[in-house]
Design a protein around this ligand. Structure first.
Ligand code: HEC
Length: 110
């Protein structure tokens, strides 16, 4: 029987690729405020959520996304409304690749 050898071989293969399954989403893609976040929140949110917008369309006072610090302050609610309920921006409609970048950004870019 060569069963024992097969097990050893699998073990050797698993050990030959260190880090390939290390499941660190932050190592795979870098999504920063400068490269992506500022544009995303500017494009999708600031028509209503900005300290400088002329008409907030009912967005609560103080819930602004002008700076990285603003987004940090509301990060948990951003995750719920944009990723989970998908009702922000009002009515949803954010493309899947931006949703997945937002997910990475909220985990790794704040
Ligand atoms: C067309 C205007 C508009 C746009 C664009 C918009 N919002 Fe809102 N937002 C609102 C209004 C109105 C409310 C208050 C009513 C509500 O909570 O549904 C609100 C409330 C919120 C709140 C606070 C309420 C809570 O659940 O904690 C968060 C956080 C939020 N929006 C996130 C976002 C994000 C992030 C974006 C961009 C991806 C966005 N919104 C885009 C109008 C807008």
């Amino acid at each position: 029987m060569c069963y024992g050898n097969q097990v050893l071989l699998l073990f050797a293969i698993a050990c030959a690729s260190p880090g390939s399954d290390s499941a660190d989403p932050c190592a795979e893609e870098r999504v920063t405020w400068q490269d992506w976040g500022a544009g995303f929140f500017g494009g999708y949110c600031r028509t209503c959520h900005s300290s400088t917008t002329a008409d907030r369309h009912g967005a609560p006072d103080g819930v602004d996304f002008d700076t990285l610090a603003d987004v940090r302050a509301f990060a948990a609610r951003v995750r719920v409304r944009v990723l989970e309920q998908q009702d922000m921006p009002v009515g949803g409609g954010v493309p899947d690749d931006d949703l997945s970048r937002l997910d990475t950004f909220l985990q790794c870019g704040l």
